[in-house]
Structure formats: structure tokens, C-alpha cells
Design a binder for this molecule. Structure first.
Ligand SMILES: CC(C)(COP(=O)(O)OP(=O)(O)OC[C@H]1O[C@@H](n2cnc3c(N)ncnc32)[C@H](O)[C@@H]1OP(=O)(O)O)[C@@H](O)C(=O)NCCC(=O)NCCS
Length: 188
């Protein structure tokens, strides 16, 4: 069952998006490679498209998971982004994005990065979060991605709570002594 609505549930395929963009000279940094920010901007654009398409509503970017660029992108290459809604909660949607870049001349296709954007559907007037349709999972892979998205959401909540507890209870004297092993000098 592809691209079929089913009441309050929608298939993953119905909101999948592919975006291709040629890397032009104005995207380059001083080193001649494409700015990471250009790729991030394209990722935000495709995340919005997938989330808005799934929810059929206005969405905002709530968070972006760590983005590790494993290969640089050169001017003249064709960048392809593929986005899929992996997981949905009540109003949030995790969009998984894979980015590749293709060097036409050399016939090389490189994986640039994979990342996860959390988008939230909001009411345009009140700016409050609103419910989104559930996902119809049609393959073992889609079920695996949904479960992974659910884990990532839970891990973020746990991490934030642990980090806040540690930061709010710092023993500054102990922590400062431990900095002797780090790449800094204290000049206070
Ligand atoms: C995202 C936003 C709507 C959440 O508001 P909120 O008051 O926390 O809303 P809620 O408590 O109703 O939570 C809504 C959902 O967002 C999720 N959420 C909130 N903050 C989040 C964050 N930082 N990361 C991931 N998910 C988040 C919640 O888990 C919840 O998910 P669920 O409904 O699927 O369970 C609000 O923080 C916002 O508008 N932020 C600004 C977004 C923006 O402008 N982005 C572009 C920046 S240029």
C-alpha cells in the first residue's frame, strides 16, 4: 500500500522526499569546498517538506541531531538529499535525512552525512503544537527506523536530564583541578 491515506495514519512513502541541488561557486568557502551551512540549510528545507507533507500542516524545526560530515562536498558536484519520516509522537516527527554528493566527471558518489531533524506541527495562529497522523509501517526496515526514532527521543530526554543535574551540581574546586589535564589555562 503506497501513497495511500488510511484515516489518521499515513504511509512513510507518502511523505518521502528527494531533493537535488548543483553546488555552484557562490556556495564555496575560502578553501574551495561547499560551506557546511549550505548543506544544513538544504537539510532543513527537506525536513520541513517531509514533515509538512506528512502532517499537512505548518511545522517548525524543534531540534537537529549531531551532524557529522564524513566527506567534503566540492563545487560542481550534485548533492542529493533523501528524507523520510521515521517516527512520530503526538505532534513531533523525526525526519531522517541522508545526503550524498556526486562527482559527474569521476563518476564517484560519496556519502556526506546522515542526520535526524525533529519537526513539530504547530497551529499557525496560536503557535501551539497540534496532533499529527500516525505512521503506517510497511516493512521491517520502517519498523526498525520507528523504534530507533523512539529510542533517540527517549535518550535525548534522559541525556538532557542527566546533563542538567550534573551542571547544576558542579563542585567547582574539583572540576577546576581536573582541568589541569585539559587544553586550557585558567587566568582568573
Ligand atoms: C518546538 C516547539 C513548538 C515546542 O513547544 P513546546 O511548548 O515544548 O510544545 P509541547 O510541550 O506541546 O511539545 C510538542 C512536541 O515537541 C517536542 N519537543 C519540544 N522541544 C523539543 C526539542 N528541543 N527537541 C525535540 N523535540 C522537542 C515534544 O517532545 C513534543 O513531542 P510529542 O508531541 O510528539 O510528544 C517550540 O519550542 C517552538 O516553537 N520552538 C521554536 C521553533 C522554531 O522557531 N524553529 C526554527 C528556528 S529558526
Amino acid at each position: 500500500m503506497n501513497n495511500v491515506d488510511n484515516g489518521n495514519f499515513r504511509t512513510v512513502a507518502s511523505s518521502q522526499v528527494v531533493l537535488k541541488e548543483l553546488m555552484i561557486p557562490t556556495y564555496a568557502n575560502f578553501g574551495g569546498k561547499v560551506h557546511g551551512g549550505v548543506i544544513l540549510s538544504l537539510m532543513d528545507k527537506i525536513a520541513y517538506t517531509a514533515a509538512a507533507s506528512h502532517s499537512r500542516s505548518y511545522c517548525v524545526t524543534a531540534s537537529v541531531d549531531s551532524v557529522n560530515f564524513v566527506n567534503s562536498v566540492n563545487v560542481g558536484e550534485l548533492v542529493t538529499l533523501m528524507a523520510s519520516v521515521n517516527y512520530v509522537g503526538r505532534s513531533s516527527m523525526e525526519v531522517g535525512i541522508k545526503v550524498y554528493s556526486e562527482d559527474f566527471k569521476k563518476g564517484i558518489n560519496k556519502h556526506t552525512n546522515t542526520s535526524y531533524f525533529t519537526m513539530v506541527a504547530v497551529d499557525e495562529d496560536t503557535r501551539k503544537s497540534i496532533p499529527v497522523p500516525g505512521l503506517i509501517l510497511e516493512s521491517e526496515e520502517e519498523v526498525r527506523r520507528f523504534i530507533s526514532g523512539k529510542f533517540r527521543k527517549q535518550y535525548k530526554v534522559d541525556y538532557n536530564a542527566k546533563f542538567k543535574a550534573r551542571r547544576d551540581n558542579l563542585n567547582m574546586e574539583n572540576e577546576k583541578s581536573a582541568l589541569s589535564q585539559d587544553n586550557c589555562v585558567i587566568n582568573d
